[in-house]
Design a protein around this ligand. Structure first.
Ligand code: 5GP
Length: 173
C-alpha cells in the first residue's frame, strides 16, 4: 500500500476551512446552530471548522459506518445518534466525504424524522462521479475525482487518519 504526495496540502485545507466557516457564520447569525460531526471520518475537519465559526453553536456527534476496508458495502449502520432534543435547532451535519451518497442520505432521513427546525449539510470532499443517491449538499469544500483518499481524518483500514494533508491511496498488492 502506498500513500503518495499531498493531493490537498495543509495550506489548501486551512484556506478552504476558513472560507466555509465564514459563509456558515454569516448564514447562521441569530440561529440556534447545532453542528453535528459524523464520525469517525469528519473528526478532524469538524474540529477545525467549529473553531473557525464565529456564531454561537452547540456540538453533537453521530457515528455511522458503511465502508469495510475501503469497499462500499451499501449497508449503513448507526452506532451512536444525536443525544440532544433537536426540534428547536438548526442542524448542520458535517461530513468528511460524500461518495455514493448512501450513508449521508440515510443519516439525513433519520435526522429529518426528528423534525429539526432546519437541516443543512456541509461536506469537506465531494466525489460527484460516484453518486448513486442524490443528497442536497449546502456547503462543499472540494469536488474531487474518483480516487480513494486518506488523511485529514479519512482512513484506510482505520489508518492514516492522522495525516495532516489529504493524499491519494493506492494498493500495491
Ligand atoms: P457513501 O455512502 O457516500 O458512498 O460513503 C461515504 C463514506 O465512505 C464516507 O463517510 C467515508 O467514510 C467513506 N469513503 C468514501 N470515499 C472515501 C475515500 O475516498 N476515502 C476514504 N478514506 N473513505 C471514503
Amino acid at each position: 500500500m502506498v500513500v503518495g504526495r499531498p493531493f490537498l496540502t495543509v495550506e489548501q485545507i486551512q484556506r478552504k476551512v476558513k472560507e466555509l466557516a465564514d459563509v456558515i457564520s454569516n448564514d447562521y447569525e441569530g440561529k440556534d446552530l447545532l453542528a453535528v460531526g459524523i464520525l469517525k471520518g469528519a473528526f478532524v475537519f469538524f474540529s477545525d471548522l467549529v473553531r473557525m465559526i464565529r456564531t454561537p453553536l452547540m456540538v453533537d456527534f453521530l457515528i455511522a459506518s458503511s465502508y469495510l476496508r475501503g469497499d462500499s458495502t451499501g449497508d449503513v449502520k448507526l452506532h451512536y445518534d444525536i443525544r440532544q432534543e433537536i426540534a428547536d435547532k438548526d442542524i448542520l451535519l458535517v461530513e468528511d466525504i460524500v461518495d455514493t451518497g448512501i450513508t449521508l442520505n440515510c443519516i439525513r432521513e433519520r435526522v429529518l424524522m426528528k423534525g429539526p427546525r432546519s437541516l443543512r449539510i456541509c461536506t469537506f470532499l465531494d466525489k460527484t462521479e460516484r453518486r448513486e443517491v442524490q443528497v442536497p449538499l449546502d456547503y462543499i469544500g472540494f469536488s474531487i475525482p474518483n480516487e480513494f483518499v486518506v488523511g485529514y481524518g479519512l482512513d484506510y483500514d482505520n489508518k492514516f487518519r492522522n495525516l495532516p494533508y489529504i493524499s491519494v491511496f493506492k494498493k500495491t498488492t
